[in-house]
Design a protein around this ligand. Sequence first.
Ligand code: 1CP
Length: 355
Amino acid sequence: MKDKNFPPLKNDNLLRAARGEDVDRIPVWVMRQAGRYLPEFQEVRKEHDFFTICRTPELACEVTMQPLRRFDLDASIIFSDILVIPQALGMTVEMLPGKGPHFPEPLNEPKDLEKLTPEGAVNRLNYVGDAITMMRHKLEGKVPLIGFTGAPWTLMGYMIEGGGSKTMSKAKAWLEKYPEDTEKLLNLLTDCIVDYFEMQVKAGAQLLQVFESSAEYLTKEQFLFLSIPYLRSIREKLQDRLIKQSIPPVPMTIFAKGAGHSLAEQASIGYDIISLDWTVDPIKAREAVGPNITLQGNLDPQDLYKTPEEIKSLTRDMVNKFGKRRYIANLGHGITPQTPIESMDAFVNEVHKTL
Ligand code: 1CP
């Protein structure tokens, strides 16, 4: 935004690819590029609790910057987590070392919804906006800054399971037992996400990604019923609000892991970019979404355990399949803590050699 006096953008390849314009080189970034595979991230984590890093703009900016110092990336993503929304709604979320997120008091039954505090929730997330604004200045226009959220179904899953789950069985039981309360909760989360995204754009986010990471637990029918309508509504409501305030729209990405069965449907809800997990064939994806959507993805994160030569060859094959227009290179899911640093260099630099 003009009044914040942000430095001009020097590398806008990500935004060009999002708009379907020509690029100087194929833009590449990596989901979870700031994270546990980086020793310097581990150092910061030794000193600070996970959510303290998220809530302290200086620390959030420092870890957001870490991968950009090492690798020739074309985007940064603000350091945070999807679970800051349940926290802002009044739930306690802890990050247990080696185990991941834990909710001591998950949602067990519909009356627990009364404990949620949607009024003013976005104000309790102002620290994310502060980190975004600070990061835009610290980036000095090097690359664009991505903001993000979890999608309603994915957040609902964590709020009911109380943490990660291999089956989402509690959340799926809830869907069957309480269809009306499911709708109520998904709508509540949708409204909160729209407020949150509006705040992120005003703070300086230049692209927004919605993580529907738990789409993989839904059947196609459930995905079309429990995910697509809310994703559509997030985008429509946000764009309406931005237009009313004469704020230019920002490109939006949907990453629905495990929803390769519904690419045409994902392409129909107004998002600029569809991010693919590694199970989806790029050529089939392009056929399904048509020419006017940008695709992002989708190297298998496990491929980064291979030798640099193998990684380069797989990366070239991937880029050749996607083609060079309307394409953003990425992994098919987050980078894992076990990934060797050299693998990131092999991946990122090989993408850039292809154009
Ligand atoms: O660099 C970046 O990409 C920004 C940081 C980022 C993002 C985009 C983090 C930091 N988390 C996320 C999103 C996120 N968080 C998702 C969506 C993306 C995905 O599917 O991977 C999900 C599902 C979460 C929830 C979460 N937070 C998990 C998964 C739990 C599970 O088993 O289901 C975990 C392990 C976390 C913790 C977390 N978030 C981020 C980091 C670096 C970590 C590791 C925590 C630590 O340092 O102890």
